[in-house]
Design a protein around this ligand. Structure first.
Ligand code: NAP
Length: 267
């Protein structure tokens, strides 16, 4: 079993189920050992098939799924994870996240965490965590029974949304940060500062962006159905940025959030 969340994962948001199988297989063949899905993405069965067909031993791969915010009450959450478990069909799921906090804490976090523990006891999941939690919500969760086992807070982080206060609060509380939408919805590819740093290192803007996140001790999720892009993105782990490069990317922060649906918490 993979002991802790691998620092570079393949995302599958907005990837159609018919493309997901090959995307997961090619990523695993490149070396990825962490695949991120969600019940909301409607591609869990394809993720599971990709893992099974990849030829990589199941125990070497970390698979994360998420429970939608409308299913956080005890019975609904366990039912949601039973469905995810059946669709993925890869045995125990490595990590299940609360996809978004319950709006206005309609379902108390203590109830949701108790349901996560029940899912653990049923063998549906190994670990649990949260996503899109603000620092006060995360602190409340950590103080609830079972909160100490939260392994990650998956949040949006990109050069244009450094999310510094939340990243630092999460890390200070001993919880790993996982970054989604790291390229700022594609904007990093064309940013002049990132392009200049990339040219200096003989790298691509996507690689520079991922290396910047890794330098902040953040787990990176990058999504691609294109095996060449997957390889380029994976190779970002070899790129070491200089302090001056990091400072220049830090300065791009403008608090520009892309994921902010109506049910999002008050950031
Ligand atoms: N917890 C949450 O609420 C939440 C929200 C959003 C996302 N997520 C997770 O985080 C993952 C990553 O976020 P994301 O999918 O929005 O963002 P992303 O990885 O920043 O962007 C994906 C897009 O970038 C393109 N791309 C990737 N690498 C490229 C490269 N080297 N060169 C050119 N284009 C490249 C992909 O196209 P190609 O396929 O053509 O390469 C795809 O269209 C998601 O897939 C999902 O698993 C979680």
């Amino acid at each position: 079993m993979v002991a802790t969340i691998p620092s570079f994962g393949l995302g599958t948001f907005r990837v159609d189920a018919d493309k997901t199988v090959n995307a997961v297989k090619s990523a695993l063949q490149i070396g990825y050992r962490h695949i991120d899905t969600a019940q909301f993405y409607n591609n869990e069965a394809a993720v599971g098939q990709g893992v099974r067909d990849s030829g990589i031993p199941r125990e070497d791969v970390w698979v994360t799924t998420k429970v939608w915010w409308e299913r956080l009450a005890r019975d609904k959450l366990v039912a949601s994870l039973k469905e995810s478990h059946a669709l993925l069909d890869i045995g125990t799921i490595d990590l299940a996240l609360v996809h978004w906090p319950s709006p206005n804490s309609a379902v108390p976090i203590a109830e949701t965490l108790a349901a996560m523990q029940e899912a653990q006891q049923l063998g549906l999941i190994r670990h649990y965590g949260v996503s899109n939690f603000t620092a006060p919500l995360l602190e409340e969760a950590l103080n609830a029974p079972g909160g100490g086992e939260i392994v990650t807070n998956q949040i949006e982080v990109s050069p244009f949304l450094a999310n510094r206060a939340l990243v630092e609060a999460t890390q200070r509380l001993g919880v790993k940060v996982t970054a989604y939408m790291p390229l700022g919805e594609g904007r990093a590819h064309n940013d002049p500062t990132i392009k200049a740093i990339a040219a200096k290192h003989g790298a691509t803007p996507a690689q520079v962006t991922f290396a910047w996140l890794l330098s902040r001790d953040i787990v990176v999720l990058s999504a691609s159905t294109n095996a060449e892009h997957q390889q380029i993105n994976w190779d970002a782990q070899k790129l070491k940025l200089e302090a001056d490069d990091i400072a220049k990317i830090d300065a791009l922060d403008e608090g520009k959030r892309n994921a902010n649906p109506p049910f999002a918490p008050k950031w």
